[in-house]
Structures are given as structure tokens and as C-alpha cells.
Design a protein around this ligand. Structure first.
Ligand SMILES: Cc1cc2nc3c(=O)[nH]c(=O)nc-3n(C[C@H](O)[C@H](O)[C@H](O)COP(=O)(O)OP(=O)(O)OC[C@H]3O[C@@H](n4cnc5c(N)ncnc54)[C@H](O)[C@@H]3O)c2cc1C
Length: 477
């Protein structure tokens, strides 16, 4: 059924609901390979408006896809069944900041970096640090349990989330979780919403745990001529009891790409590891940096640079910071496509996994880089391929399947950071096969008419290449 656009305009105002083709097109894709057109876009300002929209959609069985910034990389906000895209970005107020309780309350449309800009004068920050922080919203971060390069110390969004208000599929408003750091009172329903990718409810308010800004920070960089040694060094750093605030790996494909794009002159080695420690006491940070340096030297790490100068630290991190856009420059004619992009593995298996990713890429005529927040066991990959060729999509599909089979075999998980949605669902359903029915039962209980972001996660199609149209023009063989 086509949504009643005049009825929706009556709820949110005439400028905040649209079924114009240009608007629908803009909301038909996110940062993934997928594309599907909605029938309407609606931009609520209050939780009461969200409740009214949900009551209308539930009564008429119209799909509703909550959307933050649309920076999800697996088709999270792509409306596979059409219906209403619910753009939450107008609900972007910071409701309360309570440094004395180390919490703040926000609406879901606030952008991560904007929240941190406001928290800074209070001496606090919201710790999950996604690279997309300048665009992604707190609602989207809750929906995907986002994290980032500091997850090794601070964890993911779930670790900084205490409670929330949620509008359910039938329009009911519920309060989940608490304002307190500990809670032992039954089902952890706020946690259930984390990572639920808009399938169980619409988050309209969140209570977040904030952390004091560290007073001191230092960063280092080390080269390895063998990937295995970089992997063993990372594993040793984490198991030695040092708590770094960042441990990032870049493989040779990543190094080549940033050198080409940014002319950084990084050494042509198998791997570079960047590490950071932060804290309130300079002596403690210096001590931890020295321990990490010694561990790296013990694994034949060379050319170690360490600095606490802000300019020098920015230079050390420059290649890693601009890595994602640089990958498209790796070779003329190849695009950098977000597929199999964020698996997590036991830390001791990082080097084996990076090696296997390269082998799988070679066998399947694509190029895959490996980099990421390896201190937390998180490996980012991207597939570099010619997206205009049909055969390359078949190559990518085989490579994705083989990567995940390997990741699962070594005890890893399909997504450590970005979530599942559509393109990771086939392999993730293999990984989670004995709990899919439990997830479906929860979904049925909370959303009996299956209107909230339907056909994602456990209900996503088994072939991601045909689940929706692809966002690329595929011309031929
Ligand atoms: C360049 C780039 C770098 C990235 N780096 C990182 C990174 O370092 N770490 C990381 O974790 N991710 C990263 N991502 C992925 C993405 O930014 C995150 O998943 C982010 O949390 C998505 O936020 P968003 O506001 O864009 O949400 P969207 O993409 O719009 O939505 C994501 C999911 O959350 C749901 N959702 C959104 N708002 C609500 C709400 N109010 N209530 C209920 N459900 C809701 C949606 O339905 C959807 O399923 C990156 C993406 C890009 C493009």
C-alpha cells in the first residue's frame, strides 16, 4: 500500500514528508552496494510524531526504515520492501549533560562529532570513535553497535549506553535501561536494541555514559617486513596487560594505496602498526609506550617512531586516517567496494587471517586490503574490483563467502563493527544458524506485522547480489 503522503504531512509538516522522485532517490541507498526506492520520506521532530507515524504504518502494514546519516555499509537503511524511510536527523537535541554523573541524554539524530564538540568544554567525550564520526548519528551507532579505533580501550557503543526511550512498532513509547552504571533488574532490554538495526523499535532518546578527556597522549609507528611478526607483536601487546588506546594495522595494499593517493612516502613493508596510549598521568602513558616499543622490537619491528607532539602524531596517523578514500586510487579502473569489510577474529589469528584474505583475493581475481583496529581483533577489508563487470560481482561473491568461511573456522565473527543488514546476512546466518529462530521470535513479539526494517538480518535474502538493485551500473561480462 502506498503511504498517504497528505496524512504524513499533517503529522510532521508539509516540508518534512515527501514522495517526490528526487527525494526518494536520495534515500534509496546508503554507503553499501545496495539500492531500493522507498515510497515516502518522513522527517519527524518529536517522539510524539514518531509514535503517530508508527501507529499509522502498523495499522496499514507499511514498512518503516529508521535512518540516521545513511552511512551504514551493508544496506542497513536501504528500504528493500519500499515504504517509509524515517529520517531521524531533525531529532538532534542534546537534552542534558551531567558531568557529576558521567552521563548525558540526547536525541538520536545528533551527530557523534557534534556531541563531542559540545562535551569538550565540560572535559568529557563519548568514547566510541567511528571514522564516520563527522556524519554518523547516535541512533545509527546504537542501531549498529558502532565502534572505532579506540575500541581496544573503550569498547563499542553498547559499553557507553545506559538507557533509552524507544517507540515500538505499534507506536507505544517504552523506557529501557537506567541512568546508573550498574543495573541488575531482569532482561537487559536496552542492550537488545543495540545492534538491532532498526528492526525492533525506533530509538527516540538515549542516555549515554561519557568519559573524562585524557590529559596526555602519545603515538607510535613501527614497520614489519613480515606480516606474521606484526600479528604476534599485536597479540603480545594486548596480552601483556598494557592498555593501549589504539593499535592499528595497515597491510602492503593499504600502504601502497595511501602512498599513491597522498604521497606520504611510507616504507614499502609487509605491515605498519600504529599504536597510541592515553591517560591522566604522563608517567603511566610513557611507561606503556615504552613497553609496546620493546614488544615490537622483540618481534623485529623496525623504524620505530614515537611522539607526543600533536603535529607529529597527526603525521603518523595521516595515512591511516585517509586510508578508505585512498584505496580507490590503488589501481586505475578499480573501485573500492564495501564487502566483507569488518570481520573480528581472536587476536592471535590476525596475521593468519590477513594472509588468507590475500590468498582468497588472488584466487578470485580481486584485490583485498586488510587493515584496522587489530588491537580489538577487528580487521577491515575492502574489495577492489571493476564494479561495471558482471563477472567481477561473481568473483566478489565467491571471495566474500570464502573469507567468511575461513573467519568462522578460526573462531571469528562476521561483523565486529559495521553490522549485518543485507550484504553480510548470508554468511552471518550460517554463523548464527542455531539462534536465528530465537531472533525471529523476538522480532515477531515486538513487531508482529513485520513493518520495522523488514527483510534484514535473519530475514534477509540468501543472495546479497540479487537482494536489491546494485548501486553501480553493471554493463556486461
Ligand atoms: C567512511 C565510513 C567510515 C566508517 N567508519 C566506521 C567506524 O569506524 N566504525 C563503525 O562502527 N562504523 C563505521 N562506519 C559505518 C557507519 O558509519 C556506522 O554503522 C554508523 O553507526 C551508522 O550511523 P548512521 O547514522 O549513518 O546510521 P544509518 O546508516 O542511517 O543506520 C544504521 C542502522 O541503524 C538504524 N537506525 C538509525 N537510527 C535509528 C534510530 N533512531 N532508531 C532505531 N534504529 C535506527 C537504521 O535502521 C539502520 O539499520 C563507517 C562508514 C563510512 C561510510
Amino acid at each position: 500500500m502506498k503511504p498517504d503522503i497528505e496524512g504524513l504531512k499533517a503529522i510532521v509538516g508539509k516540508n518534512n514528508a515527501s514522495d517526490e522522485i528526487a527525494d526518494l532517490y536520495v534515500y534509496s541507498s546508503d554507503a553499501s552496494v545496495h539500492q531500493a526506492m522507498p515510497s515516502a520520506v518522513v522527517r519527524p521532530k518529536t517522539h510524539e510524531e514518531v509514535q503517530e507515524i508508527m501507529r499509522y504504518a502498523d495499522k496499514n502494514k507499511i514498512p518503516v526504515v529508521p535512518r540516521g546519516a545513511g552511512s551504514g555499509m551493508s544496506g542497513h537503511a536501504v528500504p528493500i520492501d519500499g515504504g517509509i524511510v524515517l529520517d531521524m536527523k531533525r531529532m538532534n537535541r542534546i537534552l542534558d549533560i551531567r558531568p557529576e554523573d558521567v552521563i548525558c541524554k540526547v536525541e538520536p539524530g545528533i551527530v557523534n562529532d557534534e556531541l563531542n564538540r559540545v562535551l569538550r568544554p565540560f572535559g568529557f567525550f563519548f568514547p566510541p570513535t567511528p571514522s564516520s564520526g563527522n556524519i554518523c548519528t547516535i541512533g545509527g551507532m546504537i542501531g549498529t553497535n558502532a565502534s572505532g579505533n579506540r575500541a581496544v580501550k573503550y569498547g563499542a557503543t553498547r559499553d557507553s549506553l545506559l538507557g533509552m526511550k524507544v517507540v515500538l512498532a505499534n507506536g507505544e513509547l517504552v523506557t529501557l535501561g537506567t541512568n546508573t552504571r550498574v543495573e541488575a533488574s531482569g532482561y537487559q532490554l536496552a542492550r537488545l536494541m543495540v545492534g538491532s538495526e532498526g528492526t525492533l523499535g525506533v530509538v527516540v532518546e538515549a542516555t549515554l555514559l561519557i568519559s573524562p578527556l585524557p590529559k596526555y597522549r602519545a603515538m607510535g609507528m613501527v614497520n614489519f617486513s613480515r606480516l606474521e611478526e606484526a600479528g604476534r607483536a599485536i597479540s603480545n601487546i594486548i596480552s601483556a596487560g598494557v592498555v593501549p588506546s589504539m593499535v592499528e594495522l595497515m597491510d602492503n595494499v593499504a600502504i601502497t594505496a595511501v602512498n599513491k593517493a597522498l604521497d606520504l612516502g611510507l616504507p614499502d613493508v609487509a605491515a605498519i602498526v600504529i599504536f597510541e596510549c592515553n591517560g591522566m598521568v604522563k608517567g603511566t602513558v610513557d611507561h606503556d609506550m615504552e613497553s609496546i616499543k620493546k614488544i615490537c622490537e622483540g618481534h623485529n619491528g623496525t623504524g620505530i617512531k614515537v611522539s607526543d607532539d600533536p603535529g607529529e602524531m597527526a603525521r603518523i596517523y595521516a595515512g591511516r586516517k585517509k586510508l578508505f578514500p585512498s584505496l580507490s586510487k590503488y589501481r586505475e579502473g578499480l573501485a573500492c567496494v564495501s564487502l566483507a569489510d569488518d570481520m573480528a577474529v581472536p587476536i592471535s589469528k590476525i596475521a593468519d587471517c590477513v594472509h588468507e584474505i590475500h590468498e582468497i583475493a588472488k584466487r578470485n581475481n580481486v584485490i583485498m586490503s586488510a587493515y584496522g583496529h587489530c588491537g580489538a581483533g577487528l580487521i577491515h577489508t575492502k574489495i577492489l574490483m571493476d564494479p561495471t563487470k558482471k563477472s567481477q560481482w561473481e568473483d566478489a561473491k565467491r571471495a566474500v563467502k570464502q573469507v567468511y568461511e575461513y573467519v568462522h573456522r578460526i573462531g571469528g565473527t562476521t561483523s565486529g563493527e559495521h553490522g549485518i543488514a543485507l550484504s553480510k546476512a548470508p554468511s552471518w546466518k550460517e554463523e548464527k544458524r542455531d539462534s536465528l529462530e530465537m531472533m525471529r521470535a523476538i522480532k515477531r513479539a515486538l513487531d508482529p506485522n513485520n513493518i520495522l526494517n523488514p527483510h534484514k538480518l535473519m530475514d534477509a535474502p540468501d543472495d546479497w547480489t540479487t537482494a536489491t538493485a546494485l548501486r553501480y551500473q553493471v554493463k556486461g561480462a
